[in-house]
Design a protein around this ligand. Structure first.
Ligand SMILES: *[C@@H]1O[C@H](CO)[C@@H](O)[C@H](O)[C@H]1NC(C)=O
Ligand SMILES: *[C@@H]1O[C@H](CO)[C@@H](O)[C@H](O)[C@H]1NC(C)=O
Ligand SMILES: *[C@@H]1O[C@H](CO)[C@@H](O)[C@H](O)[C@H]1NC(C)=O
Length: 364
C-alpha cells in the first residue's frame, strides 16, 4: 500500500468516526424550548429583578395544578400559561426561568432542557416599561451567555446541533403597543419591526434555526383599554389597527429572513386573528364573558387591580380575561393548541408541530 492510499484510508476512517459521532449526538439532542417575550410566557423572571410587575401575589395562579393555598406561582394567569401548555402538548422539557437558575448545579445539562427568558411587561423597545422588566435586548444578552456556556462545555458540534433543533418561541410586541402614545401608527410599526429584525437576526447568529413567532393580540380589546371607553366598554380601534399592522409586517419580516437564511424555518402565529375568534364567537369556545376581567373590581374589573384586591369570578372557565391584561388558563390552552396545530390564515407557513418534525437535523 503506498502512502497516498493509506492516507485516503485514514481519512475515510476519521470521516466514519465523524459520521458516527454526529449520529450519536443527533439522537441525544431532543428539542427544547427557548422562550423570549413578555407576560403571556413568563415563568417568574421578574421576581429576581424585584419588579412589582411579577404576577406573584395571590390570587394569581389559584388554578395552577398542585398550587398550594395562597402561594402564587408567577404566572400572569389564574393557572397555566401558553408555555406550560406547549410543554404538556409537545412532551418537551419544561424550561426554567433563566434568573431562577443562578444557583443551579450542572448548568450546561439544565440548559439542554431549554430556558425561559420571558419577562412580564417586556417590549421590543427598551423604553417600554423600563425598570419593570427584562427588555428583549437583555433577554438576548442572557441567551448569548447560555449559548457561550454550551459552546464551552459541550463543544461546537453538539451545541449547534441541539440549538438548531430547538424551538425559539417568541411573543413580543403587545407591551410596545400598549404604551403607544399616538405619534403615528406606521412610523411606530416601522420602528418596532426594524428593531425586531436586529433582535431576530442576533438570535439566528447565535445558532437558532427554528423560530415560532407569536404575533400580537387585539390589545385594544384588553379590559384595561376597553375601560377607557367609559360608557360603552368598546375596544380601542386605533390600538387594534396598530396590532394588525404589526402582525402583517412581522410576518413579512420572517419571510424575508427565511429567504436570506436558507437554513432557517419558522412558524408565524397570528394571535390577533385567533384571539378575535374568541371575542366574536364566545359561545363557540365556551366563554360567557369576553370583556371584563375575572379578577379585579369596578368597571370591567380594572378599577381595583387583581392582586391589589382578592376579588375574582367563581367560574374562571367562562372568562376570556383573568385580569386587566392577561387571558385565563382556558384561553391560554386554546392559544397553545392553535400555535401547535393551526393552519393558514392563522398559522403559517407551517405550525409548531411541523416545525418540530421538520428535519434540518442532518445539517450543521
Ligand atoms: C431584590 O431584593 C432582595 C431582598 O431585598 C435583595 O437581596 C436583592 O439584591 C434584590 N435584587 C435586585 C436585583 O435588586
Ligand atoms: C411582586 O409584586 C408585588 C406587588 O404587585 C410586590 O409587593 C412584591 O414585593 C413583588 N415581589 C418581588 C419579589 O419583587
Ligand atoms: C412617544 O413615543 C415615541 C416613541 O417611543 C417617543 O420617542 C416620544 O418621546 C413619545 N412622546 C411622548 C409625548 O411621550
Amino acid at each position: 500500500m503506498d502512502s497516498s492510499t493509506s492516507c485516503i484510508l485514514l481519512m475515510l476512517a476519521s470521516f466514519c468516526n465523524m459520521v458516527c459521532f454526529f449520529t450519536t449526538n443527533a439522537q441525544s439532542s431532543s428539542p427544547a424550548l427557548f422562550v423570549f417575550g413578555a407576560s403571556m410566557l413568563d415563568f417568574g423572571n421578574n421576581i429576581y429583578i424585584n419588579s412589582t410587575s411579577n404576577c406573584s401575589v395571590p390570587p394569581y395562579g389559584i388554578d395552577y395544578p398542585g398550587h398550594f393555598h395562597r402561594k402564587a406561582v408567577s404566572r400572569c394567569s389564574n393557572g397555566r400559561n401558553i408555555i406550560d401548555f406547549l410543554v404538556e402538548m409537545l412532551g418537551v422539557p419544561s424550561p426554567k426561568a433563566y434568573l431562577s437558575m443562578s444557583k443551579t448545579r450542572n448548568l450546561p445539562e439544565e440548559f439542554l432542557k431549554g430556558v425561559n427568558f420571558a419577562s412580564c411587561s417586556a417590549g421590543i423597545l427598551r423604553p417600554t416599561k423600563e425598570g419593570f422588566c427584562i427588555p428583549m435586548d437583555s433577554q438576548i444578552d442572557y441567551y448569548s451567555s447560555v449559548y457561550g456556556t454550551l459552546m464551552e462545555k459541550k463543544g461546537f458540534v453538539q451545541t449547534q446541533r441541539f440549538i438548531s433543533n430547538s424551538i425559539f418561541f417568541i411573543d413580543i410586541g403587545n407591551n410596545d403597543i400598549l404604551v403607544y402614545n399616538g405619534t403615528g401608527i406606521s412610523k411606530y410599526v416601522s420602528l418596532l419591526i426594524s428593531t425586531l429584525e436586529g433582535q431576530l437576526k442576533r438570535i439566528y447568529k447565535l445558532g437558532a434555526r427554528k423560530f415560532a413567532f407569536m404575533g400580537t393580540e387585539p390589545v385594544g380589546c384588553w379590559p384595561t383599554l376597553r375601560a377607557m371607553n367609559k360608557n360603552t366598554g368598546d375596544c380601542d380601534i386605533e390600538v387594534n389597527q396598530l396590532s394588525v399592522l404589526f402582525n402583517e409586517q412581522a410576518a413579512v419580516l420572517l419571510q424575508k429572513m427565511q429567504s436570506e437564511y436558507a437554513d432557517m424555518i419558522y412558524s408565524f402565529f397570528d394571535a390577533y386573528k385567533e384571539f378575535n375568534k374568541y371575542i366574536n364567537h364566545p359561545e363557540t369556545y365556551g366563554f360567557e364573558e369576553v370583556k371584563a376581567a375575572c379578577c379585579g373590581m369596578g368597571f370591567l374589573g380594572v378599577e381595583i387591580l387583581c392582586g391589589a384586591c382578592d376579588s375574582y369570578c367563581s367560574d374562571r372557565t367562562k372568562y376570556l380575561f383573568w385580569d386587566s391584561w392577561h387571558q385565563t388558563e382556558v384561553a391560554a390552552k386554546l392559544m397553545a393548541s392553535a400555535a401547535i396545530d393551526g393552519f393558514p390564515p392563522i398559522v403559517f407557513p407551517i405550525n409548531v408541530k411541523q416545525l418540530i418534525g421538520n428535519g434540518l437535523h442532518s445539517q450543521i
